[in-house]
Design a protein around this ligand. Sequence first.
Ligand code: 9YT
Length: 128
Amino acid sequence: MIIRKLQEAEKTSRRVEDPNGNWDSVRLLLKDDNMGFSFHITTIYKGADFQMHYQNHLESVYCMSGEGEIENLDDRKTHPITPGTLYALDKHDKHILRAFTEMKLACVFNPPVTGNEVHNAEGAYELE
Ligand code: 9YT
C-alpha cells in the first residue's frame, strides 16, 4: 500500500513548475509506483491561457476549486470549468485551458508520466 501526503510531496521533486509560468503540479503517483496511471494535483495560475495536446497520453481532469474554461480546438467549442467539473481527453483532444481564478485540479494520466517530462512545442509529453 502507498500512503502519501500532498503537504509532504510538494516539498520534494514530485512538485514541478511549468517553465512558462502557467501551472505547478504535485505528482502523487508516478510510473514507478506501478499503478498503470499517474495522479497529479495541479494548480493552474490565475490568468493562465495556454494550449496543450497530449498526443501520447489520455488525461482526465477534475476541478476541485476555481473557475475557468476549456476550448476544444478540434470543434472550437468552449466549456466552463467550475468545481465538480470533469473533462477527459479521450481523443487526445488538442485544447486551450484558461483560468479566470486560480484552479486546483486532480489529474490522471494513462500511461503514467515518469516525472521527467516537460511539454514539447506541441504541448505534449513525449513517451519515455
Ligand atoms: C490541467 C493539466 O493538463 N494538467 C496536467 C498535469 C500537469 N501539467 C503535470 O503534472 O504535468
